[in-house]
Design a protein around this ligand. Sequence first.
Ligand SMILES: Nc1ncnc2c1ncn2[C@@H]1O[C@H](COP(=O)(O)OP(=O)(O)O)[C@@H](O)[C@H]1O
Ligand SMILES: [Mg+2]
Length: 374
Amino acid sequence: MDFTKSENSNTAILAGDSIARFITGGGLACTCVRQDIAPQSAVYGFECSDIYEYKPTLAKRLVRLVGTRSHVQARFIEDCPYGDFGIEIERNPRGSVYLGDIVHASLGLSVSIGVGMTGEPEMLDIGKAPHVLIAGTTGSGKSVLLNTIIAGLVYKNEPQACELVLIDPKRVEFDAWAGIPHLRCPIVQGSENAVQALESLADEMDSRYEKMSSMGVKTAAEAGMNRIVCVIDELADLMLVSKKSVENNIVRIAQLGRAAGIHLVVATQSPRAAVVTGLIRANMPCKIALTCNGVRESMIVLDHGGAEKLLGAGDALIRRPGSVGETRFQAAYTPAGDIEKLVSSVKANCQPVKHTVPLERRKGSVLRWILTGE
Ligand SMILES: Nc1ncnc2c1ncn2[C@@H]1O[C@H](COP(=O)(O)OP(=O)(O)O)[C@@H](O)[C@H]1O
Ligand SMILES: [Mg+2]
């Protein structure tokens, strides 16, 4: 499919070789051994011709000169993994990343969400995540990122492999996806419905566990059940309606959902303790921070400051389960036109999953359609 791609001609990038020539001319003979172009910055690694000639103070001074001569922000990297020293040059304006640049790297539940600092696609494996919390202030790029994640899932999965429950209390963000065969139920709009939908999803998880135990298997895949990814845009709206029930269901799904093939991707513009409670934080193992309002919000997402310094418009930090630090990446932008193309293609080519749910469960359930998909 032809998705929009970036032209990436919007920033002049200094060539590593010409920087090396400049530094060599300044009295420090070196060659450029590595050049990583990321959307936010370009990183260059230099090796001195003779290791004994490496003079850190001189290198530092010359790097500063590179910056002032070329009118760019240049940072000296002392412990450069490639070569003797490195330079990071901030790109201004930043390079852009579109869905079309990275979507090819997606595979199954592993979706590419942007470009990392080495210029490679940044992957988010929802199967392993297995639940993701996304936080950032208004306008930082949460909805764009969610749409990129949904696009990756829809592009690389048949509904028989992965279904979606899209919860959109604000009623505006996911409209473009209406009617795709991957939807397990119509897009859930309004806060009250959203709260009930989450309840039904927890019910579905319980019934999957019953089925798995009656079959004597431990995972949804062994029981022949597909994955369900539930995407929520704006947790705060749900917490306003019924904090107890929402927290309870999110924590339960986050703790038990993985084996049952149920995954959560939850976004919020209010990373405050009242919304992202301690329990929710502790149980969502994968975190993505976009620009936050101040250190306190950054602390709630990442346990430390830093997210308040991000540049906005998809500049992000991701912390994966089990890893200590974060990696920075530029989230990909998914234009409305690309979503339209994808939607009409899957509508034409994919069949929705037929759900057979015992009648007694249909009657008892809060929202029949989450369970039955009707
Ligand atoms: N990854 C991105 N690349 C480029 N621009 C972006 C990106 N993410 C967001 N933006 C810009 O920021 C605006 C707001 O993004 P949005 O996702 O609606 O923010 P939020 O949902 O956090 O309020 C977008 O309309 C777009 O112009
Ligand atoms: Mg939004």
